[in-house]
Design a binder for this molecule. Structure first.
Ligand SMILES: Cc1cc2nc3c(=O)[nH]c(=O)nc-3n(C[C@H](O)[C@H](O)[C@H](O)COP(=O)(O)O)c2cc1C
Ligand code: SF4
Length: 505
């Protein structure tokens, strides 16, 4: 009997390790693979049993469900049927996450059997300029938040003259409600390594780092093991797959600060300095880690590169909408019925994601708002649910897609409290370098409190403050905090008026 049980943090938090130990004791002859997550978090821990070559799901699985595995599996109380036939899986277009949950994360053999390394081999047959052009043609844009074209960033580093260049993978994943980076690293670490190696070959960088948050111990362990295996098998080292290209990498663990996800703060942190934002210029692409030309890319950006080289830029850019090409791994969280990771081509309307895919709220109450893009993202009301999921489409509605996290709230949520939370978050996480953010966020909390206490005259003050923070902040922490605040105020004015009125009475 062959079974799969995720080593993914969400599954482990729900008892997967205990279940794995109990299965090993009850079925010592069975093979149990610790895979990544399939992304259906509400079904974790999701046990899969291979029956006649088809993987059948059982979940959410508990130790008390183990004995019934010896009986008729079709009638097992937790039986879900073939996992690949579940609607959540059927509706997706899994390109970046194609192998996550499917393979044994640390088996290079499994990785190769599912298309891994093909992209790297193809890249090795191309010149750096051709690799950069292929990446640009794919339309891939940074998945860390800013959506900057990956190929253009690589071109700048490729053309820079220096004795040393670096590839830095941003795995800080600070946005609340996001977990795509973690799931990818835990479930398919070789994809990230392959993507970084291709970036290295393209730009002439011979050294790479993954800046990984300390709150992700499983990802750290998996990545460290995968790097060692990759090195052992010649995917990394002085001669990648026997070629003239050298590239090696290591994992660096960040101590944990939201602002350390901002690329220049991250570089300071990696250099052992305080994690404060650096003024730009110079761009990290020209003067980055240790003052050398550096590519800083998000995990998902880099992990998408192998499939682009495996299947071709044209294949990838055929998916999507407008200037948002390819697929996007949505991370659905909050008060939600079906939360998890769902990869789909850009362009799906927000309402379809919220109502059809996520199935609405866990509380069963109407969805009041969805915050898209993490703590700096805008709150979208139902009136804007026809917005297609794309960079420009969301910017056009005074929002952002960021790292593609969606957090749902039901009709009992007080949006004034969420506006206050946004300002408070900024005040706590501010690196303190610039005044609009450092002081403005503190004044912001006070101003929201005045509104809550019935002072309606503070509303225009809050709007003014948001304008100042937006225009005057050095980075997007202070500059984007106005998005959640202003969207709450604009789309849910009743929460501000009612609170003010109630306090005044
Ligand atoms: C306050 C703040 C936090 C950020 N946190 C992250 C993060 O956790 N992960 C990430 O990839 N990008 C984060 N970014 C964006 C990075 O600065 C940078 O744009 C990104 O790593 C570039 O990679 P990409 O082009 O592949 O998206 C953050 C930006 C800001 C302003
Ligand atoms: S906006 Fe905030 S986090 Fe960004 S540089 Fe200014 S003080 Fe630092």
């Amino acid at each position: 009997m062959k079974m799969y049980l995720p080593l993914d943090s969400a599954a482990v938090a729900l008892g997967a390790d205990e279940i794995a130990a109990a299965i090993a004791a009850r079925f010592p002859e069975a093979t149990l693979v610790r895979n990544g997550s399939r992304g259906m978090v509400w079904l974790e821990p999701l046990l899969e049993v291979e029956i006649d070559g088809v993987r059948h799901g059982f979940g959410p699985f508990e130790t008390t469900d183990i004995d019934a595995l010896a009986g008729d599996l079709a009638n097992h109380p937790k039986a879900l049927g073939p996992v690949d036939d579940l609607p959540w899986m059927q509706r997706q277009t899994r390109l970046t996450f194609a192998r996550v949950g499917v393979i044994d994360p640390l088996s290079l053999e499994d990785y190769r059997a599912h298309g891994g390394v093909t992209g790297l081999e193809r890249a090795l047959s191309m010149s750096p300029a051709e690799i950069v052009t292929e990446t640009t043609t794919s339309g891939l844009r940074g998945r860390g938040g800013a959506g900057f074209p990956t190929g253009i960033k690589w071109k700048t580093v490729m053309e820079a003259q220096a004795d040393q260049k670096y590839i830095v993978c941003n795995a800080d994943e600070g946005d609340s409600g996001t977990f795509a980076d973690r799931m990818l690293m835990e479930g398919d670490p070789f994809t990230l390594i392959e993507g970084m190696a291709i970036a290295g070959i393209a730009t002439g960088a011979t050294k790479g780092y993954v800046y990984l948050r300390s709150e992700y111990p499983i990802a750290i362990e998996v990545m460290n093991k995968a790097v060692a295996i990759a090195r052992q098998h010649g995917l990394l080292g002085a001669s990648i797959l026997g070629s003239a290209h050298a590239f090696d990498m290591e994992i660096r663990v960040g101590a944990g600060a939201y602002v350390c996800g901002e690329e220049t703060s991250l570089l300071n942190s990696m250099e052992g300095k305080r994690g404060v934002v650096r003024a730009k210029p110079p761009l990290p692409a020209l003067e980055g880690f240790m003052g050398k030309p550096t590519v800083v890319n998000n995990v998902i950006s880099l992990a998408t590169v192998p499939v682009i080289f495996e299947r071709g830029a044209k294949f990838y850019q055929d998916f999507g909408l407008g200037r948002s090409r390819g697929t996007i791994p949505l991370q659905i969280a909050g008060n939600v019925k079906h939360g998890g990771l769902f990869e789909i081509a850009f362009g799906l309307p927000l309402g379809e994601i919220v109502d059809d895919i996520a199935g609405g709220t866990a509380s069963g109450r109407p969805v009041k708002a969805v915050q898209v893009g993490g703590p700096l993202g805008a709150y979208f009301p139902r009136a804007l649910f026809d917005t297609p999921f794309g960079y420009e489409e969301f910017t056009g509605k005074k929002g952002l897609i960021g790292h593609a996290g969606l957090t749902l709230f039901d009709d009992q949520q007080d949006m004034l409290k969420m506006a206050r939370f946004a300002m408070e978050f900024c005040a706590i996480e501010s690196c303190g370098k610039c005044t609009p953010c450092r002081i403005g966020s503190v004044r912001g909390v006070e101003t929201v409190d005045r509104i809550a206490q019935g002072d309606a005259s503070a509303i225009p003050l809050l709007t003014d403050l948001c304008e100042t923070m937006k225009d005057g902040s050095l980075c997007a922490l202070g500059g984007f905090t106005p998005y959640p605040v202003m969207s709450a105020l604009t789309h849910f004015p009743d929460d501000f008026a009612t609170t003010a009125q109630e306090a005044a009475e």
